[in-house]
Design a protein around this ligand. Structure first.
Ligand code: NIG
Ligand code: FE
Length: 431
């Protein structure tokens, strides 16, 4: 079966240059090299993009009998885009997908003046979610995570990274990673797992005992059973120090796990510098990192992944130096950071935060949500994140004929249809 998407509006193909590499600077907003004008059609064969060509030419050559609309005929599955724009499938490279519980009481604590640290010390925050997650059965964790994944796909996400980190014991971290493996086997979505045993300290162990457990017990279990592709550490004063982080990451690198790290979320502790020195694929949050660290990250190929949903939900100013990254040609990506404290799986909303709060061009925000994060997740021989000839057909038809519309309807879905490997996985009502 050949699928043809007819009557496309603008197409953000993003396929300039070497598609296994991210793009940076003003190239990210160069419409000439990243977007095709309207009136093209996309031909998809065996789940991959075969051709993108003028709509009239494609219809004349392959389906001269076609008069419009969605139909299946003569071996063709035709999807009428009705003039709407097409963007690559969105890539959410930082989520905490698997947990159970409810922390919506913490907002009023914050509004009374307690900080994220204070709430954690009072037994809230990560520790509270650990308790509820430990008390939840595998099947329930799986069904909840699967519902969340459906919500992510409904908002255009076709690739998602999911971390463990709410187990904090060998047994429960193992369960969380197995939930992710199980989703990866059954879902259309491209799913990757990261082991975040070093998310916090369990209440029944002191710091050194837990780090010992991470390295001697959890890590061997993760790599022997191939439960994750990366290790992550919450490297932040009050949680894991630079030294702790280095120890855990080096032990993980030795057995072949790469790293992507939580760094400099609340203060600059040189976390991004460490991530860059260690060769981590990504330093995430990086809200307070200094410019020398950002420079080094760029030099060493460590992606800066900004998570603007976190300051948004914590009621802080979204003061991220994204324009500076563009001016300095530093690679960056954006992601949702979905977690019990920030419960949104909408990448278009994250795009809106950049566009409407930081004055970043929607095309730049799109590159930071597709091609750039994809380069931190996929091996180069199976790269996604662009609409290139030969690439898997992971794409979205959006509600606007302009690609800029992808992130301009906060609170309302901008995604009309999502396709993964050439298969439509959801169709939504849009405005
Ligand atoms: O990335 N900061 C560490 N981890 C998450 C939040 C976890 C939580 O509050 O449950 C984050 O923001
Ligand atoms: Fe996070």
């Amino acid at each position: 079966m050949t699928t043809i998407i007819t009557n496309c509006g603008e197409i953000a193909h993003l396929s300039t240059g070497d598609i296994t590499k991210p793009i940076s600077g003003y190239e990210m907003s160069d419409k000439e090299s990243l977007v095709y004008a309207k009136d093209n059609a996309i031909i998809i064969k065996d789940g991959k993009i075969k051709t993108i060509n003028q709509n009239d030419v494609v219809i004349d050559e392959f389906i001269p009998w076609y008069e419009g609309g969605n139909i299946k005929r003569s071996g063709y599955d035709i999807i009428d885009a009705e003039g709407k724009a097409i963007i690559p499938g969105l890539v959410d490279s930082h989520t905490h997908l698997v947990w159970s519980g409810d922390r919506y009481n913490e907002l009023s604590m914050r509004q009374q003046g307690l900080s994220y640290h204070d709430i954690s010390k009072l037994g809230g925050g990560i520790k509270k979610t650990v308790e509820s997650t430990r008390n939840t059965k595998f099947s329930k964790l799986l069904s909840k995570a699967s519902e969340r994944l459906d919500i992510a796909m409904m908002h255009g996400t076709t690739t998602l990274e999911a971390k463990s980190g709410y187990g904090l014991s060998n047994n429960t971290e193992d369960i969380l990673l197995k939930v992710v493996s199980s989703l990866a086997e059954t879902s259309h979505c491209n799913i990757f797992s990261t082991w975040l045993g070093a998310h916090d300290f369990p209440t029944d162990k002191n710091k050194n005992e837990y780090i010992e457990e991470l390295i001697e017990i959890q890590l061997p279990n993760v790599y022997e059973n191939k439960l994750a592709k990366w290790v992550d550490v919450f490297c932040e004063p009050g949680w894991f120090s630079l030294e702790d982080t280095e120890r855990i990451v080096k032990a993980s690198h030795e057995v072949g796990l790469k790293s992507r790290l939580h760094v400099d979320e609340f203060v600059d502790s040189n976390g991004l510098k460490l991530a860059s020195e260690l060769g981590s694929v990504s330093g995430d949050h990086v809200a307070f990192s200094n410019d020398d660290s950002r420079n080094l990250a760029s030099k060493n190929g460590t992606m800066q992944t900004f998570l603007p949903g976190t300051p948004y939900i914590l009621g802080k100013k979204i003061d991220l130096p994204i324009q500076k990254c563009i001016d300095e040609c530093w690679n960056f990506a954006i992601a949702s950071d979905f977690n019990p404290n920030y419960s949104s799986l909408s990448m278009p909303f994250i795009g809106s935060l950049l566009t409407h709060r930081l004055d970043i061009n929607p095309l730049t925000s799109l590159v930071a949500s597709t091609r750039n994060p994809a380069s931190t997740l996929f091996d180069s021989n199976e790269m996604r994140g662009t609409l290139s000839i030969g690439s898997p057909a992971d794409l979205n038809i959006i509600a606007s004929s302009y690609i800029d519309g992808w992130c301009q309807t906060p609170g309302i879905n901008s995604i009309s249809k999502t396709m993964i490997n050439g298969i439509i996985v959801n169709s939504n009502k849009t405005i």
